[in-house]
Design a protein around this ligand. Sequence first.
Ligand SMILES: Nc1ncnc2c1ncn2[C@@H]1O[C@H](COP(=O)(O)OP(=O)(O)O)[C@@H](O)[C@H]1O
Ligand SMILES: [Mg+2]
Length: 310
Amino acid sequence: MKHLERRLVERKLKLLQMQTIEGAHAGNIYRIEVMDEDHRRSRYVYKEFAADRSNEVEIYSKAKEYIQPFSKYVDVWDTPPQAILMRDLQSPLKKEFKGLSDRNKRKQIVSILERLAVLHSSTIRLVANELPTHRVTSEWRDWCLDQLTRLRSRSQWMNSDWINVIKDSYDQLDVTHYNPRSPLVLTHGDPHLENIFILDEQVWFIDWEWTTVASPLRDITILVQDLYDSKWIQFVKATYHECLKNKQFHISDEDYRRDYHYLYIDHTTMMLAWEIEKYFQGYTMEEEIQRMIDFKIGELNRVREEELGL
Ligand SMILES: Nc1ncnc2c1ncn2[C@@H]1O[C@H](COP(=O)(O)OP(=O)(O)O)[C@@H](O)[C@H]1O
Ligand SMILES: [Mg+2]
């Protein structure tokens, strides 16, 4: 940890304690406690990237002015080992969300949506940047079909209809050639509940690795992936349109619905493949993955039928 200690000394901070945050991360992540010259203690998180996963550092250097108000980044190092230093935001929302009352769930969802509406409306028709633009491709469709095929060879309970649901959703709607209708904005790109925190009554986002220019519905259709409850998914869909209108960001009902549905199909398929991967790696129990697959396949069918007017 020579690099970290030297980097802290340059900022006149002394390392007191350090703890690894375990998990399959894009690098090494540590929670640290430091002391400044006036003997004040504070807590940070230091994320040091693996050489092939340092996109977040590049994104940050390209879009710092937009990201800064929504993150608690303190410092970024672009020289090896590339790393970022952030305020310790404590626990991600995912841990506590399941146990909340409906009233508090609603409150937290609305806070997140309002915060995303600020990010999206403040970066509308973003120009003069070098950020990539998000495109729907066949990547998640192909990955998910591969994962379901692997699942079939390993388990008795795999239902072959699931493969058809994925194919039908993409093929009948021609999802892989979809062009978004909304004006393009800066999107976080991965706002699931492990990347969202609430601290000091404000919503904060970490992990900007997948930031691109895209329809705002890109973020919303990723956010809903952790909800596993149609009631809340419908609530998010309806509420976010209102949040955008309140920010004078107008999208017609039809354009909003289409962006939402197409991106929802792509992201539900992506998360389905990822959840199956976590099951293969031993992070998810069999009953749990069956429940997740059932729910997501049901959602894909529902949205495909709704979009086709069936
Ligand atoms: N600033 C922070 N405050 C508190 N916890 C954090 C912070 N940054 C990261 N973490 C913890 O580490 C986990 C992984 O960090 P993240 O940046 O999302 O890496 P990855 O790219 O591997 O998902 C988060 O889900 C969170 O639990
Ligand atoms: Mg993350």
